[in-house]
Design a protein around this ligand. Structure first.
Ligand SMILES: [Zn+2]
Length: 139
């Protein structure tokens, strides 16, 4: 993908603050950070989202996320760490190249509303119906 910003970073055509790389993945600092240490992990191959990414690339992303989570904990001593991954415009995915966000939760970090939803019991019949619909579509 010639115009994809993350492909350009992977190819070295655009700079980044690199934290880690291996054969499959590159991890670098988000330059629009939600909080200190906000990290992105991307596959080196272009995949738009969870719907396209291949098994070995997805596995590599998540194994790298654990490695980086340890590094973030050791270096920044966060209160917690959010892993966030968005798919499609409807989920506010901005760069259409699969990426996993690692967002350290430090004292004074702005809130992450997505992680602070209110627990309210749902309609069990509707939940069962939707679960059955999804289950029937699993391949
Ligand atoms: Zn790309």
């Amino acid at each position: 993908m010639a115009e994809c910003i993350f492909c350009k970073i992977v190819r070295g055509e655009m700079p980044c603050f690199k934290m880690y790389e291996n054969e499959y993945v590159l991890a670098f600092a988000d330059i629009n950070p939600i909080s200190k240490g906000h990290t992105l992990i991307v596959p080196k191959k272009h995949f738009e989202s969870l719907w396209e990414i291949q098994d070995e690339d997805l596995s590599a992303i998540h194994l790298a996320s654990r490695k980086l989570a340890h590094a973030i904990r050791e270096s920044l001593k966060p209160l917690g760490l959010a892993a966030l991954q968005l798919n499609g415009k409807g989920a506010n995915q901005v760069v259409m190249h699969y990426h996993l966000h690692l967002i350290p939760r430090l004292g004074g970090s702005p809130s992450l509303p997505m992680t602070e939803w209110e627990f309210k019991p749902g309609n069990r019949d509707a939940i069962r119906e939707t679960a059955q619909k999804i289950a029937a579509a699993v391949k």
